[in-house]
Write a protein of this length. Structure first.
Length: 202
């Protein structure tokens, strides 16, 4: 079970969190956002599973281009400059180097902006409690990673950002939470293990 919040997407200026169970029934009159809600839930789950370029026009839900997805408030406010999809759920997090697990409420936020006529991801944010990982994606496909914890807040150095791989279709993001003994341990990548110590932090 998880919950979904929609912001500036279609008819939803700020809606949620709406709880999603294995069996969820949506009830509403025509043109009240049921189809949009289902389509945007699929988009959020696709990104969570690693798709950095989700298709907004898959059967049976066709959302159109950016101007058809982003909320239009009318008048001087015009079209929203971004829209966000946020998933909130509980996970068992394994603490690096230990057998201990923590049950944490985890928030996964995806922000989209306009690129040409289509939506593109501008950032993904993964947070739990006082820990946060923010990945900012630029239009030229470059990225930067920012970490936040009770003891440190800043951008990861360029040589560490290679753990974030952005391809044409998919991305892999290793969610980094536990700052233990002034060291963060990353999952193995290409048969190696990367450890980031204090001097690698900017």
């Amino acid at each position: 079970m998880f919950s979904l919040t929609l912001e500036n997407a279609r008819c939803f200026v700020k809606a949620g969190p709406a709880r999603i169970a294995p069996i969820t029934v949506l009830v509403g009159e025509n043109s009240t956002g049921k189809t949009s809600f289902l389509a945007l839930a699929r988009i959020a789950l696709e990104v969570l599973q690693g798709n950095s370029n989700p298709n907004f026009n898959l059967e049976p839900f066709y959302l159109g281009a950016y101007d058809q997805v982003a909320n239009f408030r009318g008048g001087n406010l015009g079209r929203s400059k971004y829209f966000r999809l946020t998933i909130l759920s509980n996970f068992d997090l394994q603490i690096s180097g230990t057998k201990r697990k923590l049950n944490q409420t985890v928030k996964f936020e995806i922000e989209f902006v306009k690129s040409g006529s289509h939506p593109r991801i501008s950032h993904v944010k993964f947070s739990s409690g006082k820990y946060e990982v923010l990945v900012k994606l630029q239009s030229d496909r470059k990225s930067s990673i920012h970490l936040k914890s009770p003891s440190w807040n800043g951008k990861i150095s360029d040589k560490i950002t290679r753990i974030f791989h952005l391809g044409n279709e998919r991305f892999e993001l290793y969610y980094l939470f536990m700052f233990l003994n002034d060291e963060i341990s990353f999952p193995p990548m290409e048969n190696e293990k990367i450890n980031m110590s204090k001097q690698d932090r900017e």
